[in-house]
Ligand binder design. Structure first.
Ligand code: GYE
Length: 307
């Protein structure tokens, strides 16, 4: 079987396709790995990449997309920071006859013809995996089990779906109780700041931290230790992504569960661009497959992690 890299390079096209890619930001290790993966894959496949980093601003993303239309790129890929507000610009792109691929997070649009395909993880499933773990971890009890939640960017698909997935998975357990839930924007700094506040307000009633990404978790671990509690023991910590640093904390026993979210979407995206360029059709939804990691698998997973 061919390695994905060779497979990407092997199909020759009449000319180099140009891909305009609007990346939502550089807020996390996941995002950096995602950007690298796409840049790398484009290079290998001889696709010219016009790249823009929108620094978590939808306005900047819309500007970037408009610029790609002006440049007359062949395909536009968007990793949208939030779900809503995309219809007008997507209609402009459609009018210009440029196909759009949505990557990573999703857009909430009534008209499905505004994009060709959405490539990325099933964030709802990730939330469910996190919730199922908690249900198994804590036997049913009378006293409430206090959960605090660090949410990702407000209105973003992973934050919405990871929140819902977890809630659905623990729905039958009345002993789980949300003590607090706040947006910490997927960053280390905010994660620490908000966790500090949770601890000041709820202290030892906190039994579980559910964090929507590893960066916020790393910040929160510092806050927990500074407060004088032991993460992984006093507070059960569940996180999403699976970066090298998080796996390290998992192997040290400071995190209890890492739900994987795969950032390496470059090969998938570039394949899609090539298919579109050739005039082929694509499935509307392409989902990446993912795992969960516990403390016993942490060390071996770490060895192969590049991000
Ligand atoms: O989990 C987080 C990043 O959209 C899946 O965004 C992505 C999320 C990822 O900032 O680390």
């Amino acid at each position: 079987e061919k390695q994905p890299k060779e497979a990407l390079a092997s199909t020759t096209l009449a000319r180099e396709p140009v891909l305009g890619f609007s990346q939502l930001g550089s807020e996390s290790a996941w995002r950096l790995a995602n950007t690298n993966s796409i840049t790398e894959a484009a290079k290998i496949a001889d696709i010219r990449l016009s790249f823009n980093n929108a620094e978590q601003s939808q306005e900047k993303q819309i500007e970037a997309v408009r610029e790609f239309v002006k440049q007359k790129v062949d395909v536009i890929a968007i990793a949208p920071v939030v779900e809503t507000g995309w219809e007008p610009i997507l209609r402009e792109v459609k009018q210009a006859g440029i196909p759009v691929v949505i990557i990573d997070r999703n857009v909430d649009v009534a008209d499905q013809s505004l994009y060709v395909s959405h490539i990325g993880s099933d964030f709802y499933e990730e939330g469910k995996k996190a919730g199922k773990y908690l249900v198994d971890k804590f036997p049913k009890q009378i006293a409430p089990i206090g959960i605090v939640e660090l949410r990702g960017t407000e209105g973003s698909t992973p934050s919405i779906a990871r929140g819902k997935g977890l809630r659905d998975a623990i729905a039958t357990r009345k002993d789980f109780r949300f003590l607090a839930s706040e947006n910490a924007d997927f960053t280390v700094v905010k994660g620490k700041e908000v966790m500090k506040k949770f601890l000041a307000e709820k202290g030892k009633d906190i039994r579980v931290l559910y964090s929507h990404n590893d960066d916020m978790t790393l910040g929160a671990l510092e806050a927990i230790e500074e407060y004088g509690l032991v993460p992984g023991k006093d507070i059960v910590v569940v996180t999403v992504d699976g970066t090298h640093k998080a796996l390290e904390k998992l192997s040290e026993g400071k995190i209890n569960l890492v739900v994987e979210c795969n950032p390496l979407l470059g090969p998938n995206l570039i394949q899609a661009v090539k298919e579109i360029f050739k005039g082929n059709t694509l499935p509307k939804r392409i989902v990446t497959s993912e795992n969960v990691f516990t403390q016993v698998t942490a060390a071996s997973e770490m060895a192969s992690r590049t991000y």
